[in-house]
Design a protein around this ligand. Sequence first.
Ligand SMILES: NC(=O)c1ccc[n+]([C@@H]2O[C@H](COP(=O)([O-])OP(=O)(O)OC[C@H]3O[C@@H](n4cnc5c(N)ncnc54)[C@H](OP(=O)(O)O)[C@@H]3O)[C@@H](O)[C@H]2O)c1
Length: 268
Amino acid sequence: MNERLSGSTNIWLTGAGSGIGQALARKLLADGHHLLISGRQRAPLEAIKTLARGRVEVLPVDIATDERLSDQLQQPLKELAPLGMVILNAGTCEYLDASQFDASVVERNMATNVIGTARCIEAALPALRATRRQGLPATLVIVSSSAWWFPFGRAEGYGASKAALSYLARSLRADLASEGIEVVLVSPGFVDTPLTRQNDFPMPFLVSADAAAQRLIQGLHSGRSELEFPRRFTWMLRILGALPRGLVDALAARLARPETKKKTEDTQ
Ligand SMILES: NC(=O)c1ccc[n+]([C@@H]2O[C@H](COP(=O)([O-])OP(=O)(O)OC[C@H]3O[C@@H](n4cnc5c(N)ncnc54)[C@H](OP(=O)(O)O)[C@@H]3O)[C@@H](O)[C@H]2O)c1
């Protein structure tokens, strides 16, 4: 068993108000950990706080727009010291309609998933370094997605943001290795949450938020630095991605939404 999450750990978790984050918060509290939870809306965070009074602090923040996030986090993170783990899970997914290509969709995906996560990293690193100076384990967990492994239609903005985020995580892992701060990259397949309930297409191997949280926590205990689930879905994507580019492109074009194609034809 890896040192991560051994004993009661102090954890900052973003996007804790719903979906995977909420399921994670419940499980981490049941396991006896202390949490600082954030998201934009206060009410769902306060509801989680009632589950374990004295072990949860709430900090509503908007990671996409708040340029002073790092300053806002200093005091709450100091109070949570030693900070053993940060789980950067907050994210958004907006699809793009290629027939009316709108760059602001790409911008909004990037603002939350890439820039917002980067702001959280900037805020968390001093506290994680302080933890390492005490000889304690410090882990940064970044929730990306497996969606960008295949060029899904309409996912230009979301997929690009998660591709960038995954690169950021791996590059940061290289830079932080000498300091002993671990960087864990999480790449889920489809999980049943408010984020995917907007989807109007089949979602193969959809798993519940509880199952996703369970897999994530198991993976953290295992000590691995790359977590992906459900395996049936991620292996399928890996195999598809390993096909020759021409085949991947042909398959991606076939899977692209028929109405998008129709709209494109109509506007031509
Ligand atoms: N569900 C899936 O199939 C799936 C698959 C792969 C990856 N993921 C990733 O898993 C993570 C969690 O997603 P989920 O499926 O659990 O969706 P979700 O239920 O919509 O959760 C996303 C959370 O992020 C918070 N959030 C969004 N924008 C924010 C912002 N600007 N500032 C602060 N907090 C913000 C939301 O809270 P507020 O609205 O209160 O801010 C919400 O609690 C995301 O990074 C997502 O991309 C999900």
